[in-house]
Design a protein around this ligand. Sequence first.
Ligand SMILES: Nc1ncnc2c1ncn2[C@@H]1O[C@H](COP(=O)(O)OP(=O)(O)OP(=O)(O)O)[C@@H](O)[C@H]1O
Ligand SMILES: [Mg+2]
Length: 295
Amino acid sequence: MTPPPEGGGGPPLRHLYSGKVRDLYQLPGGQLLLVATDRISAYDYVLPTPIPDKGKILTQLSLWWFGRLADLVPNHLVDAPIPAEFAGRAMACQQLSMVGVECVARGYLAGSGWQDYRRTGAVCGVALPPGLAEGARLPEPIFTPATKAPRGQHDENIPLASVAGLVGTGPAAELERITLEVYRRGAAIAASSGIIVADTKIELGYDAQGRLLLADEVLTPDSSRFWPAGQWRPGRPQPSFDKQFVRDWLDSPEAGWDRHHGGAQQPPELPEWVVERTRALYVEAYERITGDRWP
Ligand SMILES: Nc1ncnc2c1ncn2[C@@H]1O[C@H](COP(=O)(O)OP(=O)(O)OP(=O)(O)O)[C@@H](O)[C@H]1O
Ligand SMILES: [Mg+2]
């Protein structure tokens, strides 16, 4: 077993929680240390093979975006020393009371949005014009919240009225407003680098004063669909800088994996070339969006 991390020569940090990708610890000052590992998840499974540097890329890209969104919405970052062993892959944050809703904005039809539209002509109860193709741009970005499903279960798209039932009418409207503003800002900035943000998911939480803060990660390839704008052709799945590449490989005969097996079969190890290609896509997303070279 690996020993618990130390808070910089001091006592070991208290481990609070591990999600699919992140490990959460309590810092000596009571703040939260959000550590992004190199774990990758797909179809709600954590894959057995890590992607080198992925956690650092997600953390650095999130920090870049938090800065560019700070005038729209305050965030969970605090100034506290990061233990050396997590350098580059961790954020010191306020521990928030998280809103139990995944706040998704979509500007294009993909994924579960496309599935719902094909079945019902609407997404989360938002009616859309008929005849839209897969990958089509929506007339306006829409808020398509989802339940935050317990581990091993799938998130489910829900209408705004259900969000209001969960968190109250005023807070639901706030979630919608903030989510759409973050999406619009993110999409506009990414567009100037030739990237379409098809959709994005943000997470928000309340601080001790009851203020809503932007938390978790923001506008990363794990939380968003990034498409190269030059290759956008509605009517088919789009090439992307997110983990669609890994999903496609998992669905291929080479993987030999049936994800519909009801959880009985764990996902396979990724071959070296899939790891390399996936890492390259994360690096490329980082470099194109920030305009900086990945270190
Ligand atoms: N400031 C914060 N305060 C409290 N919790 C936070 C904060 N920022 C992020 N989180 C939570 O930390 C966890 C991050 O872990 P990770 O991204 O690995 O989770 P996940 O697998 O996406 O989701 P799950 O929560 O279902 O495990 C999430 O549960 C997220 O809601
Ligand atoms: Mg997460």
